[in-house]
Design a protein around this ligand. Structure first.
Ligand code: UD1
Length: 417
């Protein structure tokens, strides 16, 4: 059935450990290609996007061994063969292999990457930047051929902030000849994670986490062992579960420092949030309040990846909320599903207006994408009666086991195959 079944309405109580970050590990896996030898990656989340990325690495003749959440990737026999089109097609992060492969083997033929259905998500910034670094790219209807006789450093002024393009430029630049500067670079914690991994391997990078990154190209990188940081979006999703259902929970290993905008929004809704040495304590003991305006922004602003979860929590808050989506255009695809549960939401392009209700009713729902799918599971956790969320596979792209995690917090839910 590819579904999740939930009997909602319980108040939450419990503790859950936050998994390793999807958006940090995917570029790190691509970066492993730059190291001629073996890398060890600990705390790797076991999710389908990682599975697809590993399939792509194996298709490039990397040897991968897995033990629980630790991976070893040996790239000594790396060669550029045909990458499995189903894995490239489902996952936008496959574009991350481009910069790294050009650095190692000089030629890549690839179909256009896929990913969530949350907007246009073009790759023009990636391709423009690589052209500046000495890459010749021939575009076809379904993909492109990229070739270089050697990457060279360049000065990039990104016309808009892009996490993926910033990462791809970094991957192309660490072994390029000379210096590369990225202006208007993305500042997301996942950029810092990638730069930490590369720096541990001998790359010379300055300014990660600021909007100007400077990379001095080096001759080669060495083997490294790296631990993936906790996933701020998964932590934010479970924080939102508490906003939806009420109760008191502990998010073990949640990265408080990376969640300022999220914690600020949740606090304005009335949640009581406390940082401790090993995580975040969340208490929601009274009915949550509406937010007059919640606007998604680039980091350190409120993340687009948690917009759907907050939209869901706001359907149950007291008063009228306004949500503005500034990053991706199709992020309101859960609205018709939430309406089936009794939510009152009006939507106009990039803005949604939510009239908070006292309750939602269980319903049969379809997930359309990863973060929206997780938000529907939260809606089901708070709703009266039974909810079924179909298309569980979208949620499994980014959550190791959302049902097991939510059960630890007191939600009655299970996967249905
Ligand atoms: C990454 C995250 C995703 C998050 C997003 C924004 C990963 C694996 N995914 O996606 O979870 O929602 O950042 O925080 O880390 N754009 C262009 N041309 C390009 C590239 C991007 O116009 O070449 C546009 C996009 O359509 C979008 C905006 O720039 O409107 C931001 O996209 P970007 O930051 O690149 O997102 P991703 O890296 O794909």
């Amino acid at each position: 059935m590819d579904a999740i079944q939930i009997y909602g309405g319980n108040c939450l109580k419990g503790e859950v450990k936050i998994q390793g970050s999807k958006n940090a590990v995917l570029p790190v896996l691509a970066a492993a290609l730059l190291i001629n030898g073996t890398c060890e990656i600990e705390n790797c989340p076991i999710i389908s996007d990682v599975h697809h990325m590993l399939r792509l690495l194996e298709s490039l003749c990397c040897v991968i061994t897995k033990k629980n959440h630790t991976l070893k990737i040996n790239t000594q026999n790396l060669s550029c063969c045909d990458m499995p089109s189903d894995s490239v097609g489902v996952m936008r992060s496959s574009i991350m292999l481009l910069g790294a492969l050009l650095a190692r083997v000089g030629s890549v033929s690839m179909q256009y990457p896929g990913g969530c259905v949350i907007g246009e998500r073009p790759i023009d910034l990636h391709l423009q930047a690589l052209r500046k670094m000495g890459v010749v790219i021939e575009e076809r209807d379904d993909g492109f051929l990229a070739q270089t006789n050697g990457l060279v450093g360049a000065i990039h002024k990104l016309p808009r902030v892009s996490v993926g393009a910033t990462e791809n430029i970094i991957l192309a630049a660490v072994l390029a000849k000379g210096d590369t500067i990225i202006e208007n670079a993305a500042k997301e914690p996942e950029i810092c994670a990638l730069c930490d991994f590369l720096s541990m391997a001998g790359a010379e990078i300055e300014g990660a986490g600021t909007d100007r990154i400077l990379i001095h190209g080096v001759e080669k990188l060495h083997e490294v062992s790296y631990k993936v940081p906790a996933d701020r979006i998964v932590a934010g999703t479970y924080l939102c579960a508490c906003l939806c259902c009420g109760g008191e929970i502990f998010l073990n290993e949640a990265p408080y420092e990376q969640m300022e905008a999220v914690i600020d929004a949740a606090s304005h809704m009335g949640a009581d949030i406390e940082k401790s040495t090993d995580g975040i304590k969340v208490a929601c003991l009274e009915r949550r309040k509406a937010l007059p305006e919640l606007c998604t922004e680039i980091y350190p602003g409120f993340p687009t990846d948690l917009q759907s979860a907050f939209l869901t929590a706001l359907t149950l808050a007291e008063g009228k909320s306004v949500i503005k989506e500034e990053i991706f255009e199709n992020r309101f695809r859960i609205v018709p599903e939430l309406r089936k549960m009794g939510a009152i939401i009006s939507c106009d392009g990039h803005t949604a207006v939510v009239e908070g209700q006292k309750k939602l009713n269980g319903a049969i729902l379809d997930a359309n994408e990863l973060r929206g799918g997780a938000a529907l599971v939260l809606a089901g956790s708070a709703a009266d009666g039974k909810t079924i969320v179909y298309n569980r596979h979208f949620i499994e792209r980014g959550y190791e086991d959302i049902c097991s995690d939510l059960r630890k917090l007191g939600v009655r839910c299970e996967v249905v195959d």
